[in-house]
Design a protein around this ligand. Structure first.
Ligand code: GRF
Length: 257
């Protein structure tokens, strides 16, 4: 039996995905252990689930850091804002520079706290499970190194690249799609834009409500996420470069047999 994959989970909400992952670890379906759960808000129900499962947990209160107008937030001393601005793919190039600088300085302050809480647990993989914050290059570069397999995974409630952003099931439903789905992907410097690890789809019937779509989608998420983490734990994921029609090269995931 291979060594267990050490997981850190970040979440913002009820934590049903985190629960599915913790259950899969506990039952042995997934050869992994959840070492730490973190949230960006105190009210995240997923924190109670972690406590019930006897898993360490912490909160970094993003709201107070992002809203703070005074000196209370400490910009990390190792922040290279120029480097972050060059790498980031969250804001278009014509965005107001001061707004973008402000965004990444505050993010880095919050992300430094996340890193300080997470890294002592030496996670092999950081799993975003309903974590409603984008991660900046400051965080990403301190977790994974260029050339290595990415170390941050996310689940998104739509069939990417359709409907990135905060309301994937809502956007799928409002668009009138006949098929909905969810996507597990690695995190890169953009929003929901990293290499796709796995997807699951489900039909949307005439008469279905948005609540029906969400319920069906979550059911798929609970199966898909542990399966994708399992591929990672088994060392069966690799990245390859695939040329695009535009001439750009995209990194895509290859699943090894
Ligand atoms: C999921 O639908 C996930 O895809 C999205 O947020 C929701 C989180 O649900 N990003 P839960 O907190 O895991 O129950």
């Amino acid at each position: 039996m291979k060594k267990k994959l050490g997981l850190a989970i970040l979440l913002s909400g009820g934590g049903s995905n985190a629960q599915a992952i913790m259950d899969a670890c506990r039952s042995g379906v997934l050869n992994a252990e959840v070492r730490i759960v973190g949230a960006d808000r105190l009210s995240a129900g997923g924190l109670d689930r972690a406590a019930d499962m006897g898993v360490d947990h912490f909160v970094v209160d993003y709201k107070s850091i992002l809203q703070d107008k005074g000196e209370a937030f400490a910009c990390p001393s190792d922040l290279d804002l120029g480097d972050i601005l060059k790498k980031q793919n969250l804001f278009p190039s014509d965005s107001e520079p001061e707004k973008v600088r402000h965004f990444f300085m505050r993010r880095a302050a919050a992300e430094r706290m996340l890193l300080d809480a997470l890294l002592p647990f030496e996670p092999d993989l950081i799993v975003l499970a309903g974590f409603m914050r984008t991660l900046s290059p400051y965080f990403i570069d301190r977790v994974q190194k260029p050339g290595e397999l990415p170390k941050i995974m996310n689940i998104h409630p739509a069939l990417l690249p359709a409907f990135p952003g905060t309301d994937g099931y809502g956007d799928t439903f409002r668009h009138g799609c006949r098929v909905g789905g969810c996507t597990v992907h690695f995190v890169d410097y953009g929003e929901d834009s990293g290499p796709i690890v796995g997807q699951a789809a489900f039909p949307i019937m005439p008469g279905d409500s948005l609540e029906d779509v969400k319920r069906r989608g979550l059911g798929e998420e609970w199966k898909l996420y542990p399966e994708c983490i399992s591929l990672y734990a088994e060392g069966r994921l690799a990245l390859e470069n695939r040329p695009q029609r535009s001439g750009a090269v995209r990194r895509v995931v290859r699943v090894l047999s």
